[in-house]
Design a protein around this ligand. Structure first.
Ligand SMILES: Nc1ncnc2c1ncn2[C@@H]1O[C@H](COP(=O)(O)OP(=O)(O)OP(=O)(O)O)[C@@H](O)[C@H]1O
Length: 303
């Protein structure tokens, strides 16, 4: 049974439709990336799932709960721009968050210490004011705050987008560890982050989910590769010869290179190299370029 099921979810702000009739669900234990450019509607979906925004229409159903019941106790949420009381220490902040989540003072202290260890904030640092923390430390503290009440689903809005490479790595490593303990849904506009950490992707464009699946499934469906060739002499002549091999879907000459696109790149490579060898073509360059994830995303949104 799905952990969460979203049915025909829409959200309008005045006459602006931010999320348009979106349907998706996902299983327990997965890490799901919600990907889309700025303004696609990612924050709106995440805030709606977290119970912070009311949908204009549609329903969100959590496993074992009735449709439209209050699912907030099951969910931990870290906003895109979390705010902290800079004068508090990290430990004080987590104890305070625990008490807000109805833990007793003693339970909150115990949970705070357990989480500080989990997120890799040392005892010394945990007693320092948050205003002195690095971006990565603040974000890890934000994640600890979001899971203080042991939610089943952790929702993170752009958790690494504003971090420097060190902070980014710290947070990615923490997410990788948390994946083993809970279901994670996070948004990003950086495809390589999604590729690195998620099991499934939801691609959002103009408030609609335009594609979903695992990275491998999406690669198999959209990713084409290109072969780039150069010859000692006339490219046109070899373009014609390669076109006649009937293995290419497209070929063009640009900046002194012949670019060949084929759906089955191994077959194309074999056919071209065999013919080149038999006919002794004066080949000077043979390179296979895989299309980037960004190219794949453009293909999905432009289809
Ligand atoms: N409170 C609001 N009032 C009016 N329009 C809004 C409001 N919040 C968001 N929008 C609009 O809804 C659309 C979706 O916004 P949302 O913040 O959900 O997108 P996003 O994918 O999270 O983008 P970003 O990465 O820039 O945060 C945008 O066009 C945005 O301008």
């Amino acid at each position: 049974m799905a952990l969460i099921k979203v049915n025909n979810l829409s959200k309008r702000y005045g006459n602006k439709t931010a999320v348009n009739n979106v349907n998706f669900d996902f299983e327990r234990g997965k890490c799901i990336a919600l990907i889309g450019p700025n303004g696609a509607g990612k924050t709106t979906i995440l805030r709606t799932l977290s119970g912070l925004l009311k949908p204009t229409s549609g329903t969100i159903q959590f496993a074992d709960e009735k449709e439209n019941s209050d699912i907030r106790p099951h969910i931990g949420y870290l906003p895109q721009y979390p705010s902290f009381y800079g004068w508090m220490t990290g430990r004080e902040f987590l104890i305070f968050s625990g008490e807000l989540a109805y833990l007793s003072k003693d339970e909150a202290k115990k949970r705070a210490d357990e989480l500080l260890k989990k997120i890799g904030i040392s005892e010394g640092a945990s007693n320092e004011r948050i205003s002195r923390y690095s971006g990565g430390m603040k974000q890890r503290l934000g994640i600890a705050q979001a899971i203080i009440h042991r939610p089943k689903l952790l929702i993170l809005d752009e958790p690494v987008s504003s971090l420097d490479p060190i902070g980014r790595r710290e947070v990615m490593t923490l997410m990788e560890e948390l994946k083993n303990e809970m279901t994670i849904l996070f948004s990003t506009h950086i495809l390589s982050d999604a590729d690195e950490i998620s099991d499934e992707l939801l691609l959002l464009h103009n408030g609609e989910i335009v594609e979903s699946g695992s990275m491998d499934e999406l690669r198999a469906k959209y990713q084409t590769s290109k072969i780039e060739l150069a010859f000692e002499n006339d490219l046109e002549e070899y373009k014609e010869k390669i076109d006649q091999l009937n293995i290419v879907s497209d070929s063009m000459i640009e900046r002194g290179l012949l670019h060949v696109t084929a759906s089955d790149i191994s077959q194309a490579r074999k056919a071209i190299l065999e013919t080149a060898s038999q006919e002794d073509w004066p080949l000077t360059t043979f390179t296979i370029n895989r299309a980037s994830l960004e190219d794949m995303f453009m293909k999905v949104v432009n289809k």
